[in-house]
Ligand binder design. Structure first.
Ligand code: ADP
Ligand code: ASP
Ligand code: MG
Length: 411
């Protein structure tokens, strides 16, 4: 008998009918004899609705109170699903994060899981119950409700699977696996049979929202077998694995990720002296703003230009910080651009192939797409381009790296 943790996302529990369908599915699994722990998200749109409500009271709601409120979304779905199971004669019990004791740190709205107490769940499983746990939420050492960041139910699922030493963690969603790129943007995207943790982590970090980044980190760290599947269609889904298969057919690029979440800032005419990067970025990091890509131009007249990207939400504050720095340093000007997008190609195959970046640049050049910034690591190349060319760029790269599905409509 296996122990399986199954996580169902927002659209999969978006209506009462869907919750009934999920209950039917779980019932069928139970009949096969496996122990099931279910993690659910809030009904789709509910978390956004709650955040909007809070913002009607305050532009920057206090984190603790926001968490008290947004955690209610998941509390509704666990109860509804448990009721739907019980109605079908499947013994079930629902728990909030605090009731399980999913202990987190106190970083409201982006808390990290520190420890999970599996005793209560184990006892219920022994009694033959399906345990339904609220995703996305936990409790800190002082008993305050915390949440794990948007998309955090994935992390609850994987963390529970790790704590309970489950045989598999299955992430059920509205697509039938991890694709070469977002299938909603590229119709020719293909489902991947397998992807390594390392690649999935890059894809998630670079913008593919199919799995929350931390869930992939957790799965890699605790070696939790992880699979992404469609909630209401049969199929093998995508397995996230540790092993990099030595296959001749392995593509160089596994996937293309993109995001529109960043903004670019430039400070021009900075004196080109040692310590300049620290002088510019020190105050930015002191303001708690994370910097992603950085470019410093070669100086030709003892001054240099320095460009970096931040999350769009941090753009206005970063701009203010940079203006203050510019005044202090006697820099020429500060400028910025929020209409940018980052496109990245990801693949462990890059390690053993040369010329991947130039192939990427060639494909973009053919479409006359200008590259504003570039950054590379061992298994990815990212570029910043004008936002309006994003979809064109992703499609061109998908074709250039031979990822298009032969049928032209996904698999
Ligand atoms: P859930 O509510 O089930 O957590 P999400 O909306 O968080 O679902 O994640 C699923 C969505 O992720 C898909 O609908 C798809 O548009 C998007 N997505 C982005 N990149 C990918 C990718 N590479 N493969 C599959 N889905 C992707
Ligand atoms: N309901 C939360 C969100 O919308 C968590 C999740 O769905 O994973 O972000
Ligand atoms: Mg999600």
């Amino acid at each position: 008998m296996a122990l399986i943790v199954q996580k169902f996302g927002g659209t999969s529990v978006g209506t009462v009918e869907r919750i009934e369908q999920v209950a039917e599915k779980i019932k069928r699994f139970r009949e096969k004899g496996d122990d099931i722990v279910v993690v659910v998200s809030a009904m789709s749109g509910e978390t956004n609705r709650l955040i909007d409500l809070a913002k009607q009271i305050s532009a920057e709601p206090v984190g603790r109170e926001l968490d008290v409120m947004v955690s209610t979304g998941e509390q509704v779905t666990i109860a509804l699903l448990a009721m739907a199971l019980i109605k079908r004669g499947v013994p079930a019990v629902s728990y909030t994060g605090a009731q399980v004791r999913i202990l987190t740190d106190s970083a409201h709205t982006k808390a990290r899981i520190l420890q999970i107490d599996g005793h209560r769940i184990q006892a219920d499983l022994k009694e033959g119950r399906v345990v339904v746990v609220a995703g996305f939420q936990g409790v800190d050492a002082q008993g305050n409700i915390t949440t794990l960041g948007r998309g955090g139910s994935d992390t609850t699922g994987v963390a529970l699977a790790a704590a309970l030493k489950a045989d598999e963690c299955q992430i059920y969603t509205d697509v039938d696996g991890v694709y070469t790129t977002d299938p909603r943007v590229v119709a020719k995207a293909r489902r991947l049979e397998k992807i390594t943790f390392e690649e999935m982590l890059e894809m998630a970090s670079l913008g593919s929202k199919v799995l929350q980044i931390r869930s992939v980190e957790f799965a890699g760290k605790y070696n939790v077998p992880l699979r992404v599947l469609h909630s209401f269609q049969e199929g093998p889904g995508t397995l996230i694995t540790l092993d990099e298969e030595e296959s001749m057919e392995q593509p160089i690029i596994s996937g293309i990720a993109f995001n529109r979440d960043e903004a670019k800032l430039t400070i021009r005419g900075v004196p080109d002296t040692p310590g300049i990067a620290f002088k510019i970025l020190g105050p930015v990091s002191a303001a708690n703003i994370e910097v992603d890509m950085i470019v410093q131009n070669v100086a030709h007249d003892k001054t240099t230009d320095f460009t970096f990207t931040v999350h769009r939400n941090d753009y206005a504050s970063a701009f203010k910080v940079l203006e203050a720095t510019a005044a202090e340093m006697g820099a020429r000007e500060v400028s910025g651009d929020t209409d940018i997008a980052k496109v990245s190609i990801v693949g462990v195959g890059m390690r053993s192939h040369a010329g991947v970046a130039s192939r990427m640049f060639e494909a973009l050049a053919k479409e006359s797409i200008n590259i504003q910034m570039i950054s590379t690591s061992e298994i990815k190349v990212s570029v910043v381009i004008e936002e309006k060319y994003l979809e064109l760029a992703v499609r061109a790269l998908h074709t250039a790296f031979e990822l298009d599905s032969p049928s032209g409509k996904g698999e």
